[in-house]
Write a protein of this length. Sequence first.
Length: 124
Amino acid sequence: MRLGSAKNDGDDEQTGGGERQRAARVKRPVKEFVGDQRELYMVEELVGAQSPYERLLSDAMSGDGALFTRWDAIEAAWRAVDPVLKSHPRAIPYKRGTWGPKEADALIAADGRWHNPRTDGTTA
């Protein structure tokens, strides 16, 4: 499904039959912040529109890389993530409904400002 809009010339939210319109103010494609009132409607399919997969393939075949991540960005991301995946500390299990394992308190002990809130409004 796609959300579309149509020009709404009426100033009233009510149509002649008392039916409520779904409308929004939509910015015009200019630099100024000027908008028009538009009726919103749902459509199953737009005639001639490409599916997302068709668009992706079409962009790839025409050399438009706007929807694709560059290789150097992928490599940079892996340089940051890979060491963590290879050597990270084991997760410490804790009881559901708690604020985490007691070992987590050591992370903020030097600061001393964390207080576990309770459901009665007090802190621990």
